[in-house]
Ligand binder design. Structure first.
Ligand SMILES: C[S@@+](CC[C@H](N)C(=O)[O-])C[C@H]1O[C@@H](n2cnc3c(N)ncnc32)[C@H](O)[C@@H]1O
Length: 257
């Protein structure tokens, strides 16, 4: 079995029980050392073969899969493997080569960032929509037609931007481009290396994103969150949910006045 396992954002205790179980039983562990924290490998058994994939190609990774056909293999990806993890091409190899696989979800950096900031990203009365996206850079061809950050900025809502801190001026210019729903005062947050000992949480505004990233020399392993849902400080919620409103009937209780 090849298990594609979410390694979480860094802290070794931000894994699922299932992820820890797969790591404890694995014969071979391939981990992306550029993003996966080495602390997570503490869950591996002593005799497991550990291979850092940060200098490997897809071809070299699947060569390891092919060479260990009867082994329990864990392929560790940071956060949740559903987002920007390149598991799709590895799953295609598994299907083409008749190899059983599973995906073990993880704690995404976006969930960990919201937790560290102490915010809900879907605030009733403000925004109920979160868009996970990225700025197009060297890998622009990965984006499909119309998959354009400027178009999402025009919609508003809460934007969670991965892989985008390396080009601060263009990031800010795109967020404030023609037709954008955001303005220089729109709340933003930069979350760097969340859940790791050197975590940085910086609340700022869209108009200050570029200067803030540059001043803190943050280029990688950072999320940029943008939107009015970030506005309230912890404990100053601006809206409330229908589901816990006494005047709103649900399938489990009647409305009371
Ligand atoms: C290749 S993507 C992987 C995302 C991952 N699958 C997830 O769910 O978090 C790498 C990007 O995720 C974000 N990221 C990953 N770990 C992070 C962390 N500990 N703190 C902040 N951002 C992180 C950064 O935007 C980074 O450039």
């Amino acid at each position: 079995m090849i298990s594609f396992v979410g390694a979480g954002p860094g802290a070794a205790d931000l894994l699922t029980f299932r992820a820890a179980d797969r790591l404890a039983k694995a014969d071979v562990v391939l981990w992306a050392g550029s993003l996966v924290s080495p602390d997570v490998l503490d869950h591996c058994r002593a005799g497991a073969l550990r291979l850092d994939t940060k200098e490997m190609t897809l071809e070299q990774v699947v060569e390891v899969f092919a060479a260990h056909s009867d082994a329990a293999i864990v392929r560790l990806h940071s956060g949740d493997p559903a987002w920007y993890s390149a598991i799709g091409e590895q799953i295609a190899w598994c299907v083409a080569n008749d190899r059983p696989f599973e995906v073990v979800p993880g704690v995404s950096s976006v969930s960990a960032a919201a937790a560290a900031l102490g915010v809900e990203l879907t605030v009733p009365g403000v925004s109920q929509t979160v868009v996970l996206s990225r700025l197009a850079k060297r890998t622009a061809k990965s984006l499909g037609p119309g998959d354009d950050l400027a178009a999402y900025a025009a919609q508003g809502g809460l934007l969670a931007l991965f892989l985008s801190a390396g080009d601060p001026a263009r990031l800010q210019a795109t967020l404030l481009g023609p037709g954008s729903a955001y303005h220089t005062g729109t709340p933003a947050a930069i979350v760097h290396r969340v859940s790791r000992p050197d975590e940085q949480l910086i609340r700022t505004t869209v108009g200050e994103i570029a200067d803030t990233l540059t001043a803190h020399d943050i280029r990688t392993t950072a999320l940029v969150l943008v939107g009015d849902a970030l506005a309230p400080a912890a404990g100053t919620c601006v809206g409330r949910s229908h589901v816990y409103d006494p005047a709103f009937a649900t399938a489990y209780r009647d409305a009371t006045s």
